[in-house]
Design a protein around this ligand. Structure first.
Ligand code: ATP
Length: 233
């Protein structure tokens, strides 16, 4: 199985704080990989390193067979990686439609019309400003914006954060739909139980170290471990 992404031995720092201590992980093509762990374990830092936002000081990153270790973020994104950051980062003063027009359409399967088909709610709200949207609508907009870059790999940082349970279900359903579209997904989540239901593979980070890597169903079967992950959120 080809890897959409693989990282080997990442060491990342914020100034003198050593945050990632040799993180290795891989996202199989066409699969959902969950990256779990309690608050402060280093999940967001891992994603930032993969995107070149906080480059790793040591280690190697390969995305779709290319060594992207020293690539600037725009180049990583342009190579087909859609990044949906924690907190959504939509433009509060722009309308939904204007937010969707920010990424230049690259000519590929995803268009604004298709985003509206996937998220009818966004079409209803297309003239509303970002700040008027609910958390769930903001998440849909953030995912929609990433899809317009026609990514082959989608990296999601805590998409369910702060959402009501019903909306969380909806977001997880959308992630599964991305997989059905052939997009590989790296999903960072606090919601371990639901992530493991939809993920193929899983990693658990603790203090910047990978403490589990394997099939999602095996981790899901380890009740005590899942409870510990959930309890920490
Ligand atoms: P969360 O679920 O809270 O987002 P996380 O697993 O994503 O947790 P990170 O955000 O990667 O964890 O944080 C890992 C560690 O790095 C934490 O100890 C955090 O305090 C520290 N950290 C994060 N951002 C910075 C920063 N900009 N400067 C210094 N330290 C940071």
């Amino acid at each position: 199985m080809t890897a959409a992404l693989s990282a080997e031995g990442l060491h990342t720092y914020y100034g003198k704080s050593h945050i990632l201590h040799g993180v290795s992980l891989s996202v199989a093509e066409g699969k959902i990989t969950a990256l779990l762990g309690r608050n402060g374990a280093g999940k967001t830092t891992t994603l930032r390193s993969l995107m070149g936002l906080t480059p790793a000081r040591e280690g190697k990153i390969t995305i779709f067979g290319e060594d992207t270790t020293r690539w600037p973020t725009f180049r990583v994104a342009a190579s087909g990686v859609g990044y949906v950051p924690e907190g959504r980062r939509i433009f509060a003063n722009l309308s939904v439609e204007e937010n969707l027009k920010v990424p230049l359409e690259r000519g590929g399967p995803w268009t604004i019309e298709r985003i509206y088909k996937l998220f009818p709610r966004l079409e209803e709200r297309k003239l509303n400003r970002g700040r008027q949207l609910s958390g769930g609508e903001q998440e849909m907009l953030s995912i929609g914006r990433a899809l317009l870059l026609n990514p082959r790999l989608l990296i999601l940082d805590e998409p369910s954060q702060g959402l009501a349970p019903l909306i969380v279900r909806e977001v997880f359903r959308i992630v599964q739909q991305m997989k059905a579209e052939g997009i590989s997904v790296l999903l960072v989540e606090q919601n371990a139980r639901m992530s493991l239901e939809i993920a193929d593979d899983a990693y658990v980070l603790d203090d910047g170290i990978v403490v589990y890597s394997g099939p999602a169903h095996e981790l899901a079967a380890d009740e005590a471990r899942v409870r510990a992950l959930a309890g920490a959120s």
